[in-house]
Ligand binder design. Structure first.
Ligand code: BTN
Length: 317
């Protein structure tokens, strides 16, 4: 987000009515320039109501991200936090920079948010939490296969503790409330089979509904619908704090330490699911939990089989 656009976004963030002339005065620009910036913010998906005559206001107030506040809420001083207006993708920012261990980026908006399996992630300004954390693991690529489950599990637990939302994880790491998608996680890993690897762990959470969200091919929901009101800085800090603890524990001891915790948030266990695999006809099975490598266990006509994430897409039947 250009500084001028961010300045207007910051003026509007309180959700109150702002007169065009006042805004122009506060930012020392013409009213025509205010109108132009307003259009640009609308194009980015910010829901602004009103006109120059009546004044402008955000449909939903936004707590602006503040790196100092996030940092002050973290229990470890080792995490470097950067906040940004709009970035293409917080994950891409860290992947491309080959970022050092424990650097986090949290953005107001993403213009090319990345989802799993090559999909996008809609990220209008302020209405979601978009954060990524770069982490260096001592274990090689092979040991990192279950990492995406640990990330989803940690995000779900944090939303429960911090916001009181009953969030379940649909294997491998979709965040669900009552069968509607609340958020998702994207883990991107670079490294060799043996030796240290770098991972970028991204979490996206829908915070409130906005008309800017285009069609989404499945039921979705927002934290506002299921949780106590949350400041975005407190939420970002809680997720980052929990994530650093989980990633440290996972690097030391693998998935084992998380098996019982997974069971507590598993959205699929005991449910009939449809398995969609590229080039194959959909099949149904009963999900029965995960194995020690984080693969999904399925019972199909009395036979048990396992699936690795990345191979498949799972829908509750
Ligand atoms: C999914 O498809 O369910 C995963 C969505 C992950 C979205 C988050 S938002 C922050 C981070 N940056 C991205 O570009 N993607 C992840």
């Amino acid at each position: 987000m250009k500084p001028g656009l961010y300045a207007l976004y910051a003026q509007l963030a309180d959700g109150r009515l702002h007169n065009g002339a006042e805004l122009a005065g506060e930012m020392d620009i013409t009213r025509a320039a205010v109108w132009k910036r307003m259009q640009s913010l609308r194009e980015m998906g910010l829901a602004i109501t009103g006109t120059a005559g009546d004044g402008y206001r955000l449909e939903h107030a936004v707590e602006l991200l503040d790196a100092d506040e996030i940092r002050s809420r973290l229990s470890s001083g080792d995490v470097e936090v950067e906040t940004a207006g709009a970035v293409d993708s917080t994950n891409a920012r860290l992947v491309e920079a080959g970022s050092p261990h424990a650097r986090a980026v949290v953005a107001e908006a993403q213009t090319a948010g990345r989802g799993r399996r090559g999909r996008g992630w809609q990220s209008p300004p302020g209405s979601g939490l978009y954060l990524s954390l770069a982490w260096r693991f001592e274990s090689g690529l092979a040991g990192l296969a279950p990492l995406s489950l640990v990330v989803g599990l940690t995000a779900a637990e944090t939303l429960g503790k911090q916001a009181g939302a009953a969030v379940a994880v649909k294997w491998p790491n979709d965040l669900f409330v009552d069968d509607a998608k609340l958020g998702g996680c994207l883990v991107e890993i670079n490294g060799a089979a043996e030796g240290p690897c770098r991972a970028v762990v991204g979490v996206g959470i829908n915070l409130f509904r906005t008309e800017a969200m285009g069609p989404i091919d499945q039921a979705w929901t927002t934290l506002e619908d299921h949780a106590r009101p949350q400041g975005r800085n407190a939420l970002a800090a809680a997720v980052l704090d929990a994530m650093t603890q989980s990633l440290t524990a996972f690097d030391r001891a693998g998935l084992e330490a998380f098996m019982a915790r997974w069971d507590a948030v598993d959205a699929l266990r005991g449910r009939r699911v449809t398995i969609l695999q590229h080039g194959q006809a959909p099949t149904d099975a009963i999900a029965t939990g995960i194995d020690e490598q984080g693969r999904l266990r399925l019972s199909e006509n009395g036979h048990t089989r396992v699936l690795a994430s990345g191979e498949v897409s799972i829908r509750v039947a």
